[in-house]
Ligand binder design. Structure first.
Ligand SMILES: [Zn+2]
Length: 149
């Protein structure tokens, strides 16, 4: 199977429809489609997908990290550095869960992976991101705890 680069998929010719897609389509694919097809393994798969996205996009520093997350419209991040190997990322307006009703489970695995992938490209270390808050468990933002190792 051929692997495609960001450069190859960037050319979009849609003179009437443009480059944007409705967020509801994304959420159907992401929350309903992928979860129903992959079932219990969807979390790990989405996390790995996200890490790939983060690695392909890349970031130079934390300012660039904030910029890239917003440019991709994944959300609006707020970064708190706990210590050199420990960060806390709040994500406002999360692409997947912002506005979501209380369900008691968290599923922003792709976003978690994107955050980890981008941070790996900055720090040149491995990153493990774990979601700790979400709209779907009663907050009005998402939060991820990240350890670099
Ligand atoms: Zn979220």
């Amino acid at each position: 199977m051929k692997e495609y680069s960001v450069e190859e998929i960037k050319t979009i010719v849609r003179p009437r429809l443009g480059e944007e897609v409705p967020l509801v389509l994304f959420r159907i694919l992401r929350i309903i489609g992928i979860r129903q097809i992959l079932g219990e393994s969807s979390g790990a798969t989405l996390y790995m997908m996200g890490k790939k996205v983060g690695a392909m996009v890349g970031a130079r520093d934390l300012d660039d990290f904030r910029l890239k997350i917003q440019e991709l419209k994944v959300g609006i991040p707020e970064v708190e550095t706990i210590d050199e190997d420990h960060l806390n990322i709040k994500l406002y307006e999360c692409i997947t869960c912002a506005g979501f009703t209380y369900t008691g489970e968290m599923f922003c695995d792709m976003e978690s992976g994107i955050i980890a992938g981008l941070l790996e490209s900055i720090y040149k270390k491995k990153a493990k991101s774990t979601q700790t808050k979400s709209w779907s468990v009663g907050y009005n933002y998402c939060e991820f705890e990240v350890f670099l190792y």
